[in-house]
Design a protein around this ligand. Structure first.
Ligand code: ADP
Ligand code: MG
Length: 294
């Protein structure tokens, strides 16, 4: 396809996630076909792609939660199917902030629950004091100190999203796996959250794998973009990575439309365009169905 790059050259940190020859089906469809992926410590990887392209499936397969047809994933040097990464990876699932409205729990209490997933438990006497410090730190990282003792049901969508991210941060996990964490967040919160995530990667050397439908936000913040899609190739449908590289080289909308085989419904004649890597030319161009979201 011409868009795969040597991603391991971006960063010379230790390999923390390695997927080899990974194929996964959901129902009767092969959603991920022969995925090879190396993620190193300190990477901020943005995973994008249309609905149903397999983003959540890839996260779940990496975490060892799904049966694979072929291949395997190693997290921190261990087969992820063995769950040895428990406590070292924090996952914020899609819609994690849709917390039940009838449960009364404050922001501080919600974030404290993350401590239960932390790898190291301290000796009993120090524990409460230490937990309080960790939770205060997470509250301040996600900018929720002012509402620490407010019930989560009274928060805005963006604040609730930051609270579930705070719960993930308090675990001290080395790898953060976030599925659509930007949904429902207003622009200012989104920008401060992305800055925080970037700092966590640069300063604390956390590794972040983040799914988002917000291509513009990923382009502005991630160090590396992975684009997943199901592509029709001759008679077969291949689900997998169609681009893996720096945000600056991510194909523009016209090239993406070409890659996905989307034809322009308004233009009677096909247009010839060049793809960014300069190696391919293709007919047809964009259409309104492939919009970059704000
Ligand atoms: N539990 C499931 N059973 C059967 N098919 C599923 C299941 N979950 C997801 N799928 C299908 O797998 C494909 C990829 O889904 P998903 O990974 O959720 O995509 P994304 O996160 O990119 O929207 C879709 O076609 C979806 O309908
Ligand atoms: Mg999903």
């Amino acid at each position: 396809m011409g868009y795969l790059m040597e991603s391991h050259l971006f960063n010379d940190g230790e390999i923390v996630i390695q997927a080899s020859n990974l194929s996964v089906s959901r129902g009767n469809t092969i959603v991920l076909d022969n995925i090879n992926l190396t993620i190193r410590q300190g990477d901020f990887v943005g995973l994008v792609g249309p609905n149903g392209s397999g983003k959540t499936t890839l996260l779940m397969a990496i975490l060892g939660l799904l049966n694979t047809i072929t291949g395997k994933v190693e997290i921190l040097g261990q087969d992820s199917a063995n769950m040895a990464h428990n406590g070292r990876v924090a996952w914020v699932s899609q819609a994690a902030s849709n917390l039940p409205k009838n449960i009364r729990i404050t922001v501080r209490e919600l974030i404290s629950l993350g401590v239960l997933n932390a790898k190291t438990m301290l000796p009993f006497m120090k524990r409460r004091q230490d937990i309080r410090k960790k939770v205060d730190n997470a509250l301040s990282l996600v900018g929720l100190e002012n509402v620490a003792d407010v019930d989560i049901s009274r928060l805005s969508g963006g604040q609730r999203q930051r609270a579930v991210i705070g719960r993930a941060l308090v675990t001290n996990a080395e790898i953060l796996v976030f599925d659509e964490p930007l949904v429902g967040i207003d622009r200012d919160s989104r920008n401060s959250l992305l800055k925080l995530l970037d700092d966590l990667c640069h300063i604390q050397k956390k590794t972040l794998l983040m799914v988002s439908h917000d291509i513009a936000a990923i382009r502005q913040s991630a160090h590396r973009v992975i684009y997943l899609d199901l592509i029709q190739l001759n008679d077969c449908c291949r689900g997998g990575i169609q681009y893996d590289g720096p945000p600056a080289d991510f194909p523009d909308l016209l090239s993406l439309a070409t890659l996905r085989g989307i034809r322009n419904v308004h233009s009677p004649e096909p247009i010839i365009i060049s793809l960014k890597d300069g190696t391919e030319q293709s007919k047809i161009v964009a259409n309104d169905s492939l919009r970059e979201e704000e």
